[in-house]
Design a protein around this ligand. Structure first.
Ligand SMILES: Cc1cc2nc3c(=O)[nH]c(=O)nc-3n(C[C@H](O)[C@H](O)[C@H](O)COP(=O)(O)O)c2cc1C
Length: 205
């Protein structure tokens, strides 16, 4: 029996699917085991942002993500259909390292704040909370309405770590990937996962 528990990645229909791709790249390269669930809206956002059809069928979707991330071998990746509320990650008895929702739409933030479990992503996130495990969300919207802020506050009060998709500029970013990787690294920091070669602030030299 493996001592290393899987990490759940939830993907919702916010802009910025490059955040998911970069997270997968580094986690799979570092040999993490990933349980992945994308909300129904994610499929439409992929189509709109990349003009690429994301497959629904789990084995095809695994291959799709591996190609997107450029990691054809390494790590373990299991993809789940959005409606499969009978999947392993729907139960608290299935042990995990926790879950990241990257990117997290305001709709998903609202549903999590209300405790809904109407699809597998919501149920898996709800399970992390009820089991006292780490739940980290990467909200992407601008500007925020008062309702968005209230929902994010409710989640923060429930122990959710909120890592907005807001990059820093002190690490001398040279590319879009450098900006994205900063957000992904700070997200994984919340789970004490350090697998991204990020230039961290060491104080002024
Ligand atoms: C191209 C595209 C980009 C979107 N970007 C965002 C976004 O950045 N943030 C957000 O909260 N919603 C965004 N939406 C709207 C969500 O996809 C929509 O509210 C959806 O119902 C979210 O469902 P989900 O949270 O179950 O994934 C976007 C939609 C499309 C088609």
């Amino acid at each position: 029996m493996s001592n290393i528990k899987p990490l759940i990645i939830g993907i919702s229909g916010a802009s910025g699917l490059i955040y998911t791709v970069r997270a997968l790249k580094f986690l799979l390269e570092a040999d993490y085991e990933i349980e992945l669930v994308a909300s129904k809206s994610t499929y439409m956002v992929w189509q709109a942002e990349q003009n690429i059809r994301m497959p629904v069928e789990p084995a095809q979707q695994e291959l799709f993500w591996r190609i997107q991330a450029g990691v054809e071998v390494g790590g373990k990746l299991h993809c789940h259909p959005w409606g499969d509320v009978g999947a392993n990650i729907a139960s608290g008895s299935f042990r995990t390292l926790g879950m990241i929702v990257i990117p997290c739409s305001m709709s998903t933030a609202a549903k999590l704040a209300a405790g809904l479990s109407s699809d597998l992503l919501e149920r898996a996130a709800d399970v992390q909370l009820k089991e006292g495990r780490k739940l980290v969300i990467v909200p992407r919207e601008t500007p925020f309405s008062l309702i968005h802020l209230r929902n994010l506050t409710t989640l923060a009060e429930a122990g959710v770590r909120i890592v907005p998709a807001i990059p820093a500029w002190y690490h001398n970013p040279q590319s879009i990937e450098d900006l994205v990787d900063f957000v992904v690294a700070r997200t994984l920091d919340q789970l004490d996962i350090d697998c991204i070669p990020l230039e961290r602030w060491q104080g002024r030299k």
